[in-house]
Design a protein around this ligand. Structure first.
Ligand SMILES: *Cc1c(COP(=O)(O)O)cnc(C)c1O
Length: 481
């Protein structure tokens, strides 16, 4: 007899049985693991030094995995040995996102103030879901959220919540957009119209919601009203959950024409969500702010402080022009929540698809308070300047060419004469040698390299090192350094 199952899933007989985790149990350890013993305190001291030193004298990442790691046993190996394993074997194999030559995807380089606040938040065991328990932690998060709302030009009543990532922020915003809507034939609307360059998380959100995505425009150019109108005119507006526009497309950095898109949505009564997960930070730069005109007209906005606003993972913000709709869509109700479900409570849990949560706004707030916003403006401008330097060098070098004019801090370019395999080999060599993390992408149907600058510690010398290594014919002949 064949047992139905998912294709590719190993038959039950072939799966390894669980080990008996309660084997050899020793008693009398209750309480001991929760006390801070002398050893724990010593390791905490070492940790503080390690945190501060890894920025000033970073070790080259060693991505090769060969270490023999300790097993989970009934007695444990103690914190000293465990910390040594983490510090010397586990963590060095990760390519940290704050490395000055981590230029793949979208990196992130948290400030010391944000790191300290983040560590304190873990230690203080704060439940960040409701005012009842979190006290002024909620007040502090509200202040951070208010600052984010000011950044995008949202009015006083706007509000939102800090969540785990742009993916959850986008999902939460789209669920809010659909709340209370009814489709023509009954049921709920199920079409999300998204800029063709929308992040993959929009499709993922649509799949979770049982929606389909209709793309507008081209992935290689910013979306405008002309292309969006053509798509919206082909649909019944009552079937449409929302329009999703980009303010900083992940692949190209391009900002859609937000003002005309907002107008297009306004006349149809369609919810506009702007995904500014990566790009939103650039609104801090006086040189770029104009390019975001119209973002303040969006019904909801995503911005990830863990990308370009110098906050540790994980921290994203979902902002709502009218937070009452978000609350109606997301607030969970149950007998055991009666104590926290008063109409006048401001509970961060109520504005997204979550309940228990880390108070992720605290590191954002602490770093803003500690450093002041001028430091943020300078840090963002410096990333934009480094991106501009890279683009100029690329344009000047005969072996390289820009794939397109850079948008925000993303630079797409090509090495003349290289095949997709050449790019892959070069990228892999740079990674495994701990020199740089830069991955190929596709632009206008062809392979290209993509540099995304979100770390103010990335220097012109870092850019030169990378571009020089592309000069040789054989990909990946990195000079020993
Ligand atoms: C990174 C990104 C996301 C997803 O954010 P996560 O924090 O990785 O979940 C969504 N949209 C855009 C535009 C992004 O750049």
């Amino acid at each position: 007899m064949t047992v139905p199952g998912r294709p590719g899933r190993p038959p039950r007989a072939a799966r390894r049985g669980p080990r008996d985790i309660l084997q050899n149990r020793r008693r009398e350890s209750v309480g001991a693991v929760h006390d801070f013993a002398v050893q724990d305190r010593q390791v905490l001291g070492d940790l503080a030094t390690w945190i501060a030193d890894r920025r000033t004298s970073p070790a080259a990442p060693r991505p090769a995995r060969s270490a023999r790691l300790p097993d989970v046993t009934s007695t444990g190996i103690g914190i000293k040995a465990t910390w040594a394993v983490l510090r010397d074997l586990v963590l060095p194999t990760a390519f940290p996102t704050d490395h000055p030559r981590y230029l793949a995807f979208v990196g992130g380089s948290p400030t010391p103030a944000a790191i300290i606040a983040d560590a304190a938040l873990s230690a203080a065991a704060v439940y960040g879901g409701s005012e009842l328990e979190a006290g002024d932690v909620v007040v502090v998060e509200r202040a951070a959220m208010r600052w984010m709302c000011d950044l995008v030009g949202y009015p006083e009543q706007a509000h939102g919540a800090f969540v785990s990532g742009g993916s959850l922020a986008n999902l939460s915003a789209l669920v809010t957009a659909r709340h209370g809507l009814a489709a023509p034939g009954g049921g709920v609307p199920d079409v999300i119209v998204a800029s063709a360059a929308a992040h993959s998380s929009i499709r993922s959100a649509a799949a979770i919601m049982g929606c389909r995505v209709v793309s507008a425009g081209s992935p290689d150019r910013p979306l405008g009203a002309y292309e969006l109108t053509a798509v919206l005119d082909s649909l019944d507006p009552r079937d449409v959950v929302a329009v999703v526009a980009n303010a900083g497309a992940t692949n190209t950095g391009a900002v859609d024409h937000l003002e005309e898109i907002a107008e297009c949505c306004e006349v149809r009564g369609t919810w506009l969500h702007v995904d500014a997960a990566y790009g939103g930070a650039a609104m801090l730069a006086p040189s770029r702010r104009d390019g975001f005109k119209g973002i303040e007209l969006a019904d909801s906005i995503t911005i990830d402080p863990h990308k370009w606003l110098f906050t540790p993972f994980d921290c994203a913000a979902v902002l709502y022009l009218d937070p009452t709709v978000a609350r109606a869509a997301h607030q969970q109700r149950a007998e055991y929540l009666d104590a926290v479900s008063h109409a006048d409570d401001d509970n961060p849990a109520d504005y997204a698809a979550h309940l228990s949560r880390r108070a992720r706004g605290v590191p954002v707030w602490a770093s803003l308070v500690a450093n002041g916003t001028d430091a943020y403006v300078d840090a963002v401008e410096s990333c934009l300047t480094t991106a501009g330097y890279a683009a100029k060098q690329i344009a000047d070098k005969p072996h390289l060419e820009l794939a397109t004019e850079p948008h925000l801090s993303v630079v797409l370019f090509r090495r003349r004469g290289w095949s997709p395999d050449d790019y892959a080999r070069w990228s892999s060599r740079a990674h495994t040698r701990g020199i740089a993390l830069i991955t190929p992408t596709t632009f206008a149907g062809e392979t290209a390299l993509r540099l995304c600058f979100v770390n103010p510690l990335t220097t012109r010398a870092d850019v030169d090192t990378i571009l020089d290594s592309l000069e040789q014919d054989a990909p990946g002949r990195w000079q020993a350094s």
